[in-house]
Design a protein around this ligand. Structure first.
Ligand code: AMP
Length: 282
C-alpha cells in the first residue's frame, strides 16, 4: 500500500489511469476504522482493480467543535487494517492540503430540503461540510467509483445530489450497513460508549426494527411516539428523531401508500455520544 499526502502524488501513482476511470474505486473515511469501513474496501476491491482510501477528519462537517475534538483516532491501526483489506493507495491529506485557502470561503451547495430534514435540521452546516470535503476529495482522487455506506442514509442522498450538481463523472456505489452481532450498526463513535452505554445502544436497532415492522400497520404518530419512548426507557438521554420517512425524499410521511418506499431512521444521544442508524421498511 502506497501512502500519499498530496494530489500531485496521487496523479503520479495513478498516471496510467484517466480521470474518473471506472477502474479506480474510492472509499473516503474519517479513520478510527472498523469492519463497516473494511466492508466498503472489500466491495471496492470487487468492483475495481485499484482501490484508493482516504482518512481525513474533516473539520468543516462538525457542527459541534467538541465532537470534532473528541473524534476517535487510531491511525497506526487503521494503516494495518487497510493494508490487510487490500487498499492500494491511502490518501492522508493535511487540513492545509484540503483547504489551502482556509475554510472561511468554501463553496455553498444547493441541497434543498435535505439540508432542513432530519440530520440537516439537527446538524446545521453538516451537509455543506460533507459536500465541501467530498467535492475536494473527488477533484483530487478523480475516481470512477465512489463507495459509501448506507449507514449514513441521508449523506448518500446528499452526495448523489453533489455529483449531479457538479456533473463529475463518478458513480456512487452504496453498500449495506455492517452491524455488530447484537445489531448495533458499527460506528467509530461506538468507541466512546461506556460498557453500560454499549449495552443500551442496541436498543437503537431494535427500535428501528419495531418502526419498520409496524410502519405499514399502525398510525405513524403513535408508532413514532412509542419508538421515542423505547429509546428513553433504555437510557437514551435525548431522541432527536425516531421516524418513518419517504425513502426517496426523506419527507415525513403520515400514511404511506402501500407501494411508497419508506425508511425508518433514528438519531439519539447516549451521554455525549450521538448515534444514528436506519432500516428500510419492507
Ligand atoms: P466515516 O469514517 O464515519 O465518515 O465513514 C466513512 C464511510 O464508511 C461512509 O461512507 C460511511 O457511511 C461508511 N460506514 C460507516 N459505518 C458503516 C457501517 N457500519 N457499515 C457500512 N458502512 C459504514
Amino acid at each position: 500500500m502506497i501512502i500519499v499526502k498530496t494530489a500531485e502524488h496521487i496523479r503520479k501513482v495513478l498516471a496510467d489511469y484517466s480521470p474518473f476511470d471506472p477502474r479506480v474505486a474510492f472509499v473516503p473515511t474519517m479513520g478510527a476504522l472498523h469492519e463497516g469501513h473494511l466492508a466498503l474496501v472489500a466491495a471496492a476491491r470487487e468492483m475495481a482493480p485499484v482501490v484508493v482510501t482516504s482518512i481525513f477528519v474533516n473539520p468543516t462537517q462538525f457542527n459541534d467543535p467538541s465532537d470534532f475534538a473528541r473524534y476517535p483516532k487510531s491511525l497506526e491501526q487503521d494503516i494495518l487494517m487497510l493494508e490487510a483489506a487490500g487498499t492500494d493507495l491511502l490518501f492522508l491529506p493535511e487540513v492545509s492540503t484540503m483547504y489551502p485557502k482556509g475554510t472561511d470561503q468554501l463553496p455553498v451547495y444547493p441541497l434543498g430540503r435535505l439540508e432542513q430534514l432530519l440530520e440537516g435540521h439537527y446538524r446545521p452546516g453538516h451537509f455543506q461540510g460533507v459536500c465541501q470535503v467530498v467535492h475536494r476529495l473527488l477533484d483530487m482522487v478523480q475516481p470512477g467509483l465512489l463507495v459509501m455506506g448506507q449507514k449514513d442514509y441521508q449523506q448518500c442522498m446528499v452526495v448523489r445530489q453533489l455529483i449531479q450538481h457538479t456533473g463529475l463523472a463518478v458513480q456512487l456505489q452504496i453498500q449495506p450497513t455492517i452491524r455488530e452481532n447484537d445489531g448495533l450498526a458499527m460506528s467509530s463513535r461506538n468507541r466512546r460508549l461506556s460498557p453500560q452505554q454499549r449495552q443500551q445502544a442496541v436498543v437503537l436497532f431494535s427500535t428501528l426494527q419495531y418502526l419498520a415492522r409496524n410502519a405499514r400497520r399502525l398510525p405513524l404518530l403513535t408508532l413514532e411516539a412509542e419508538a421515542a419512548q423505547q429509546l428513553l426507557d433504555a437510557g437514551f438521554g435525548t431522541v432527536d428523531y425516531a421516524t418513518i420517512a419517504d425513502a426517496h425524499t426523506l419527507e415525513p410521511v403520515s400514511d404511506p401508500a402501500p407501494d411508497q418506499p419508506v425508511v425508518a431512521l433514528a438519531a439519539a444521544w447516549l451521554g455525549e455520544v450521538r448515534l444514528i442508524d436506519n432500516l428500510p421498511v419492507p
